[in-house]
Design a protein around this ligand. Structure first.
Ligand code: CP
Length: 312
């Protein structure tokens, strides 16, 4: 048993063998998910609660499907209609739900560190579904799984992460995971969207797309996170697309078999050309979504096995 975690709060705490354990189990769930009957009983009798304090399509839907396919009792809280609206705090909300004895709590929150804090207050396993600008571990794991399936390995690859690095928890989790697994990462974006101290992560930094993309195996585009900006980061969306939007012309500088990724949701015509996003000969964006269900099934099963061990 190589997965030793009680919670999945970030890539930061995961060792390479634990990342591999999740991806190996997720591969078997990817196969199950393509069958007509998609059920397993790995979480049978367990209760999963999803608490999303921020909007989500992919992550929330896939965690819900993942739990249901594994036989858990799944409840997705409508946080906008909860007592949070009456002023109840995050911790009081978590303690209230914890009193109902869930086994797995999936949490997305706009503040970095909020999910770690919550994990210290509850008895069940907590999965971080994205916290502020900190981490989005299951996104990095599903990205890794997609890369491994497409490239046949998850080491000695050259990966470009492009765009709004400063506001991106996806970039941070991917940077940690790809580095840990022995890949070279290039960060490409305007200096205004490059966080201070990023050099500590051991990535090469570029502000020119054509130069940064030269020969890479994987091009990972990021959404321009307008909701986290208070102006001044980019001159205009049109100018941003001209300099940093991925199109066929810029992609021609990457390796001939380079795959194109995007975590979604996409701003078509801003960070990525719509036709390129839909070009299945290069784009693996839909496969990323598919692998998201499998990775979340694997992560929840591994955490549930550890829960069972601690209660023995
Ligand atoms: N990639 C991602 O986290 O998408 P959602 O915000 O739709 O969950």
């Amino acid at each position: 048993m190589t997965f030793r975690q009680r919670h999945l709060l970030g890539i930061e705490g995961l060792a390479p063998d634990e990342i591999t354990a999740i991806l190996d189990l997720a591969d078997s769930y990817a196969a199950l998910n393509r069958r007509e009957r998609k059920h397993s009983n790995a979480l049978s009798g367990l209760t999963q609660i999803n608490m999303f304090f921020e909007t989500s399509t992919r992550t929330q839907a896939s965690f819900e499907l993942a739990g249901k396919r594994l036989g858990a009792d799944v409840m997705s809280m409508a946080m906008q209609a909860s007592s949070v609206r009456k002023g109840e705090t995050l911790i009081d909300t978590a303690l209230t739900l914890n009193a109902m004895n869930p086994d797995l709590l999936v949490v997305r929150h706009p503040h970095s560190g909020a999910v770690d804090l919550l994990a210290q207050k509850v008895n069940c396993a907590v999965l971080n579904a994205g916290d502020g600008q900190h981490e989005h571990p299951t996104q990095a794991l599903l990205d890794a799984m997609t890369i491994r399936r497409r490239k046949g390995r998850l080491h000695r690859l050259s990966v470009a992460i492009c765009g709004d690095i400063a506001h991106s928890r996806v970039a941070r989790s991917n940077l940690l995971l790809l580095g840990r697994m022995g890949n070279r990462v290039r960060l490409i974006g305007p200096p205004t969207l490059m966080p201070a101290g990023i050099a500590e992560f051991g990535a090469e930094v570029f502000d020119d797309m054509r130069e940064g993309l030269k020969g890479v195996d994987v091009v990972m585009m990021l959404r321009l996170q307008k909701e986290r900006m208070d102006g001044g980061f980019v001159p205009s969306e049109r100018e941003y697309h001209h300099r940093y939007g991925l199109d066929a012309d810029k992609l021609a500088h990457a390796g001939p078999d380079a795959i194109v990724m995007h975590p979604g949701p996409m701003n078509r015509g801003v960070e990525i050309d719509g036709a390129l996003a839909d070009d299945l000969s290069r784009s693996v964006i839909q496969e990323q979504v598919e692998m998201g269900v499998a990775v979340r099934m694997a992560a929840m099963e591994l955490l549930a096995r550890n829960l069972a061990k601690t209660s023995e």
